[in-house]
Structure formats: C-alpha cells, structure tokens
Design a protein around this ligand. Structure first.
Ligand SMILES: *[C@@H]1O[C@H](CO)[C@@H](O)[C@H](O)[C@H]1NC(C)=O
Ligand SMILES: *[C@@H]1O[C@H](CO)[C@@H](O)[C@H](O)[C@H]1NC(C)=O
Ligand SMILES: *[C@@H]1O[C@H](CO)[C@@H](O)[C@H](O)[C@H]1NC(C)=O
Ligand SMILES: *[C@@H]1O[C@H](CO)[C@@H](O)[C@H](O)[C@H]1NC(C)=O
Ligand SMILES: *[C@@H]1O[C@H](CO)[C@@H](O)[C@H](O)[C@H]1NC(C)=O
Ligand SMILES: *[C@@H]1O[C@H](CO)[C@@H](O)[C@H](O)[C@H]1NC(C)=O
Ligand SMILES: *[C@@H]1O[C@H](CO)[C@@H](O)[C@H](O)[C@H]1NC(C)=O
Length: 452
C-alpha cells in the first residue's frame, strides 16, 4: 500500500466521531450535536433577545429568519422527549414564551410586518409539540402550549386569512397584504394549517379541527397542488391566475408536514382506510423523491448547491415528522424506520467539519463533509439521530392519554397586519419561494403583486 493511501485510510477511520450503534451511542451522539447546535444560540445572553437566532439576514446579525428558531425549539423538544436530556428545557421554555406575542398567537409586533402563515405556523407546530410531548407547563398566568396552537389556528381559520374569493379558498403565503408573496397561495402555509388542525383534533377531540383539516386537504388537492396522483406537494401558485399556473417544485418539508398531519388524522379517525391511503401515498412518494438510496436528499437544490439557509434545515423536519408519524400510525413502522436509520447513518458520516472536527455537513449523500455548517445541518442530524429512539417513547399524548396542557378555544387575536414594510424586513420559511421564483419573474408573475 502506498503511504498516501495509508494516510487517507487513517483519516477516514478517525474522521467519523459519531456512532448510532446502540441506544447509548445514539444519546451521546445526539447530545454532542445538540450542544454544537446551541452554540449558534445567544438569546440567553445579556442584551440579546430570547427565543431567536442571529438574524434576519437584512439586519446583518446573522442568516436566520425568525421561523427557524421556532423550528429549533421544536427540534429540541423532540430531543428531550426522545433522549430524556433536559439540559435545554429552560432555554426552550424561555424562548417559546418570549416569542408568543401579546395576543398569545406568535404575532409579536417585532415580526408581524414580515409574517408569513408558514412562519407563524412553525411556531404554532412547536407549541403543539410541547403539548404532545407533555413538556413542563408554563405558569398559569402565561400562555399554555395548546392554547398557543389554538391561537394560531384561530387566525388561520378566520376569513381574513382563509380567503375564498380567489382559488376557491386557501391561505396566502404572506399575512400582510403589502408583502411580496401575498399573492401566492402555497403548500407550506396551508400545510402548517392542515398539520395544526389535525393535531389539535387528536389532542382536544374537538371535531371542528378535524373538519378544518379535511377542508384544507380537499382544497390543496382540488386546486391541483398534489399532482395528478395526489401524492406530490407542489410549491404553490398565484392568485392572479386563480392558482392554475402551478410552480411544481417539490421540497421535503412540504411532504413531511402533510405526512405528519395525515398520520394524526389516521390516528384521530381510529385508523380509517381513507387516511391510511393518504399517508401511504405521501410516504411512498416521499421515499422516491426525497430518499434516493434511503438517504435524505433535497432534490430542488442539493446537487446544484443552491439551497438557501431555510432549505438547509428541511431534512430535520423530514426525519422527525416521519418518525412521529410511525408513532401515531404504527402501520408505517416496518416501512419507514429502516430507511430513517440508513439515512441517519449517512448523516453522522458527514459530521467531521469545523474546529472541533464534528460539525455536521448538509449533503449526506455526498458521503463526506461538504463544508456547509450551521443551524440547519445541526438540526438535521440532531433530528435524524434522536428520532431513532422513537419506538422507546410512550408516544405523543392527547388530552385523554396523559396530556396536561390546557387549551383555550378562543385564543388568539385580531389580525391587524396591513401596514407596509420594506423588502429587507421580509422573513419566512417560504422565502425560498421568493428567491427561487425571483429569477423567473415573468414566468410566475411576481410583478403582479397588486396593492404593494
Ligand atoms: C445559555 O445557554 C447555554 C446552553 O445551555 C449555556 O451553556 C450558557 O451558559 C447560557 N448562557 C447564559 C449567559 O446563561
Ligand atoms: C422586539 O425588539 C425589541 C428591540 O430590539 C427587543 O427589545 C424585544 O425584546 C423584541 N421582542 C421580541 C419578542 O423579539
Ligand atoms: C378558481 O378556482 C377555484 C378552485 O379551483 C374554482 O372553484 C373556481 O371556479 C375558479 N374561478 C374561476 C373564476 O375560474
Ligand atoms: C374513535 O373511537 C372512539 C372510541 O371508540 C370513539 O369515541 C370515537 O368517536 C371514534 N372516532 C372516530 C372519528 O371515529
Ligand atoms: C394512535 O397513536 C397511539 C400512540 O400515540 C397508538 O398507540 C395507537 O395505536 C394509534 N392508533 C391507531 C389507530 O393506530
Ligand atoms: C404529563 O405531565 C403531568 C404533569 O407533570 C403528569 O401529571 C402526567 O402524568 C404526565 N403524563 C404522562 C403521560 O406522562
Ligand atoms: C371546538 O373548537 C371550535 C373552534 O375553535 C370552538 O369554536 C368550539 O367552542 C370548540 N368546542 C369545544 C367543545 O371546546
């Protein structure tokens, strides 16, 4: 053997620091990845704002939009639930509460003018995760987990948000009419709504939420966002064309957010064949689209290296929400869990970067660290690794199975977000849509955003 290949071999052997061979290894790996993730968070330091990550980009403070911090607390809630490590529970409590807003619906004035339904939706889903994981309840005079999710739901179900005058219904991407993207009705905004409605139905046993979940699904399917086999989730379309000119890009978080919602509807309906069929189709499509060789992959941007900061966090939701889906829809286990394991294995292989030699990269299929570091890659691997413990949890709870969070069906408040903002203030998970479509203005009609 040549010396160079011996050295290469030695590097390859020592490079991988993490293992998922045993439950103990999984917990150790997850703990290290979580610690590295938290190094990006400064909200608990003097003079910093609790709950948020450095950003938004236009501020010059960092690359993270408001929604991604909401997603991070959800990731850490699952991390605690799955591993039992409560090291970050105080940060989680403080962070979510601080960002819950005066009307207890995640519409803090600091962010309302750049609010997308998906941004608010991600925080709402995180609050619901706290309830379902039976996380410590806030003091009685503070907003409770289920009530926060109901506050988000009530906003989304209001006629100001769910508008039937164009496209026969659906949420727009953006909330304030003056935002670019207000004229776009997309899958992620409606997917967050669907997901929250389905999970509230299962948690509270209130049929009103299930009715809305059905309604949102029917609208998304009816308008053609699911493709002709009703298993894809295309990105969205503009209201000027009555949502007929569909942007067919597919992102893994869309598949995942609907899969989890559909799995909860399956559970809520006591295992109905209707929802079983819907979940199965989404998962089959998800595997063929987002798990080539059983390794999570973002087809729209990974190979072309054009994933935005937002997109670099999608694999984490894909893993976590597929895992939780197998808990509430156990028929999925045999099919889904082995794939998630293979994918997680690929994920830890690329955690060899940074100063400490264990920062996670983004492209797992690449087989080696790709130089892309940040909150997204850390959350992705954390979600993938900790989710391997899903079969060892008691499953997410509801009001009748040990859940202790108090709800408030009237939570939330007035929608008063119609003031103009600067382009620089704009946030959003769906910002990806803007960036991607921004280069093809004439095709998708970005110039037509009416009132702005
Ligand atoms: C913020 O939280 C991190 C993670 O728990 C901790 O290491 C750090 O000491 C905390 N900082 C302050 C100022 O409390
Ligand atoms: C809103 O911004 C102000 C000024 O930067 C800050 O003091 C406050 O903590 C922020 N509130 C939230 C919920 O982020
Ligand atoms: C707009 O789309 C909706 C939903 O597809 C449909 O019900 C409605 O008839 C359409 N309206 C027009 C004017 O084409
Ligand atoms: C599911 O089963 C429970 C208990 O048998 C029943 O009370 C409930 O109505 C059922 N739900 C649906 C949606 O069929
Ligand atoms: C609903 O979810 C629970 C776990 O939270 C699970 O034990 C139960 O089997 C699920 N119901 C169905 C019909 O699959
Ligand atoms: C949920 O938390 C409450 C309050 O701590 C506790 O009483 C209850 O037993 C927990 N439920 C489960 C399923 O562990
Ligand atoms: C069920 O939820 C709806 C929608 O929020 C609410 O109007 C209704 O009061 C709730 N019903 C019960 C029994 O809580």
């Amino acid at each position: 053997m040549k010396l160079s290949s011996v050295l290469a071999l030695a590097t390859a052997v020592t490079a991988q620091q993490f293992s998922i061979a045993s439950d103990d290894d999984i917990k150790k790996t997850a703990a290290a990845v979580a610690w590295d993730l938290l190094q990006y968070y400064h909200g608990n330091e003097t003079g910093q704002t609790p709950g948020i990550l450095p950003g938004p980009p236009a501020s010059g403070l960092g690359p993270y939009y408001w929604w991604e911090a909401g997603a991070m607390w959800g990731t850490l809630l699952d991390y605690w639930f799955l591993t039992g490590d409560d090291s970050y529970n105080d940060l989680i409590m403080q962070g979510i509460q601080f960002q819950s807003g005066p009307q207890k619906n995640f519409m803090d004035p600091n962010y309302t003018l750049s609010m997308g339904n998906d941004d608010q939706g991600f925080w709402g889903m995180t609050a619901l995760t706290a309830a379902e994981n039976n996380f410590t309840n806030p003091p009685a005079d503070k907003p409770q987990w289920v009530a926060l999710a109901q506050g988000v739901f009530n906003d989304m179900a209001s006629p100001e948000r769910w508008q039937t005058d164009t496209c026969g219904g659906g949420l727009r991407w953006q909330v304030p009419f003056s935002n670019v993207g207000y004229n776009y009705k997309n899958s992620i905004a409606n997917g967050c709504f669907f997901n929250i409605a389905a999970r509230l139905a299962r948690y509270t046993h209130n049929d009103t939420y299930a009715d809305w979940a059905e309604k949102v699904w029917d609208w998304v399917e009816g308008v053609g966002y699911m493709g002709k086999n009703n298993d894809a989730l295309y990105d969205g379309a503009h209201v000027e064309d009555n949502c007929t000119k569909i942007n067919k890009e597919e992102y893994s978080y869309n598949n995942a957010v609907y899969t989890l919602g559909a799995a909860y509807m399956y559970n809520y309906t006591n295992g109905s064949s209707k929802w079983e069929g819907r979940v199965s189709k989404l998962v089959d499509h998800g595997f063929s689209t987002f798990f080539p060789n059983d390794i999570a992959y973002e087809p729209q941007c990974e190979t072309s290296k054009t994933c935005t900061t937002d997109m670099k966090s999608f694999k984490g939701y894909l893993h976590r929400w597929y895992a939780t889906s197998t808990s509430v829809a156990p028929f999925l286990r045999d099919k889904v869990l082995p794939v998630l394991k293979t994918s997680a294995e690929a994920s830890i292989k690329v955690c060899t970067g940074g100063d400490n030699g264990r920062q996670c990269g983004f492209s797992w299929a690449a087989g080696q660290f790709d130089g892309i570091m940040g909150v997204g890659p850390q959350m992705n691997t954390l979600g993938a690794v900790s989710s391997l413990l899903i079969t060892e949890t008691h499953g997410t709870v509801s009001k009748t199975t040990g859940g202790s969070s108090k709800g408030d069906p009237t939570a939330g408040g007035e929608d008063t977000t119609t003031t103009k903002i600067t382009t620089a203030d704009r946030a959003g998970a769906g910002i990806l849509t803007f960036l991607v479509l921004g280069s093809s203005v004439s095709l998708f009609g970005w110039m037509c955003f009416g009132d702005a």
